[in-house]
Design a protein around this ligand. Structure first.
Ligand SMILES: NC(=O)c1ccc[n+]([C@@H]2O[C@H](COP(=O)([O-])OP(=O)(O)OC[C@H]3O[C@@H](n4cnc5c(N)ncnc54)[C@H](OP(=O)(O)O)[C@@H]3O)[C@@H](O)[C@H]2O)c1
Length: 243
């Protein structure tokens, strides 16, 4: 994939000190007991000024829309072409959902315009029709929805988007990491702990036990700030090397 300097993938995540990302489980702040999150995550998100936020479907089901899409039939998609629905916001949110599983009401998602990234062989024509009726844009990430490079190319060339903010959760982040597609990582570290084994972390690539999704990549620390209330913001640049 040939990219221009303005086409970038920046990953932004907030974690506890043990790298866990379910904020509802974290211990309370020491300095402002019980007062909640000092909102460094959203401040950082604004600062990055991305064109499109990228989310995995589990995150969307948890925070935005949990209605499941149902259809009596499942017709194979014959011509998987991107669809550009009405765009009413300057920013978009692209949801990786290979099968097409969420029954969105309209094309608005958290004050951005929604688009869905599907698998050509894993979603149904019925789902594409459902999205088109609601002016919800879509494009494809290859046959099974895992060709992220292809999806990014479509975001850049079909939708004119440039700066991509990869916003989790861990599984979609893990796939981007494995495919060597992250240019920068902003990590907001909340001064609390989760502590339980098995809770999701920043990168959760679903591979074999000997897989090393970060292989061939190294992280250069660009900045490290204590923002407030003990919250630390780290910024890293990814470098790639052959091994
Ligand atoms: N602290 C933070 O900054 C932060 C940010 C975001 C989310 N979160 C938390 O993260 C949790 C959800 O994370 P998660 O890891 O379970 O799920 P996720 O990354 O949000 O979604 C994963 C799902 O996306 C779909 N997907 C489609 N294409 C994919 C691809 N190429 N690679 C990987 N997945 C793909 C898969 O479902 P299909 O196979 O059905 O398509 C997969 O199961 C929530 O608890 C949320 O609150 C935290």
């Amino acid at each position: 994939m040939v990219t221009t300097p303005s086409q970038r993938v920046i990953c932004l995540m907030e974690s506890s000190v043990d790298g866990r990302i379910d904020e509802s489980r974290w211990s309370v702040l020491y300095s402002e007991k019980g007062e909640g999150d000092p909102d460094v995550y959203y401040e950082t998100q604004k600062k990055i000024r991305a064109d499109v936020f990228v989310l995995g479907v589990n995150t969307v089901k948890r925070h935005y829309c949990s209605d499941e899409f149902h259809s009596e039939t499942h017709t194979k998609v014959e011509n998987p072409e991107p669809f550009l629905g009405i765009r009413s916001h300057s920013k978009m949110t692209a949801v990786f959902d290979s099968k097409g599983s969420v029954a969105y009401k309209d094309n608005n998602l958290g004050n951005t315009t929604l688009m869905v990234i599907l698998g050509e062989d894993t979603c149904s024509q019925e789902y594409l029709d459902y999205l088109r009726e609601r002016e919800i844009s879509y494009t494809f990430a290859g046959k099974d929805g895992n060709d992220i490079r292809k999806a990014l190319n479509s975001l850049y060339s079909d939708f004119g988007l440039r700066k991509v903010l990869l916003s989790g959760g861990g599984k979609i982040n893990g796939s981007f990491l494995k495919q060597g597609l992250i240019d920068e990582l902003y990590l907001v570290i909340y001064p609390g702990v989760d502590g339980l084994t098995g809770v999701g972390s920043i990168f959760e690539y679903e591979g074999k036990p000997d897989d090393k999704p970060g292989k061939g990549q190294s992280l250069e620390l660009i900045s490290c700030e204590v923002v407030r209330a003990g919250v630390v913001r780290l910024r890293y640049k990814f470098h790639f090397y052959s091994c």
